[in-house]
Structures are given as C-alpha cells and as structure tokens.
Design a protein. Structure first.
Length: 96
C-alpha cells in the first residue's frame, strides 16, 4: 500500500522542506488552524505549539507532535496561509 506524501516548503527559500505523510500533515495543519481560529487568529508561537501538540496527543497522533507542528507551521508560512508578526521575541503568528 502506497502512502500519500507531501513535500513541505520552508519560508527561507535557501532551506528545503521535507517529504512527510499527508495524513500527518493534514492532522497537524488542522490542529494549527483550529487553534489560531479559536484564539482570534493571532498568538505566540509557544502558545500555538503547546495547544496544537495537545490536540494531536488527544487524537493519539503517532510520531512527534512537536516536530510535525513546527514543520507544518513553516510550510503554512511558505504557502502564505499564516505569517509571522514582526521580528520581536516571542515570535507571534497569525492567519493571513
């Protein structure tokens, strides 16, 4: 049985994305977008990371939720679905 995969993108065009299982990509993407929508569309990356990882863990996600949240967040930035707000620390992200 062939696993459907997706090549992620990276917002820094000098860096390469990774080839991951589409089902895991979709789960992480949904967790990120649902979390941002619930929080008014903008929040710190740390808060997003924690909340999205909890959603994945509750869904008995196989693999490292943190790695997938970070990888998919970068992909969503590259695809202009979400964006970083400013350059200050802590990093903030929002829906576009």
């Amino acid at each position: 049985m062939k696993i459907d995969r997706i090549l992620t993108r990276h917002p820094d065009k000098t860096k390469r994305g990774v080839n991951i299982d589409r089902e895991k990509y979709d789960a992480a993407k949904a967790a990120i977008l649902e979390t941002l929508q619930l929080k008014g569309g903008e929040m710190t990356f740390d808060a997003l990371f924690e909340a999205a990882c909890k959603k994945l863990e509750k869904a008995r996600f196989e693999g490292s939720p943190g790695w997938y949240v970070t990888t998919v967040k970068l992909d969503l930035e590259a695809r202009r679905v979400i964006e970083r707000v400013g350059k200050d620390s802590p990093q903030r992200v929002r829906l576009m």
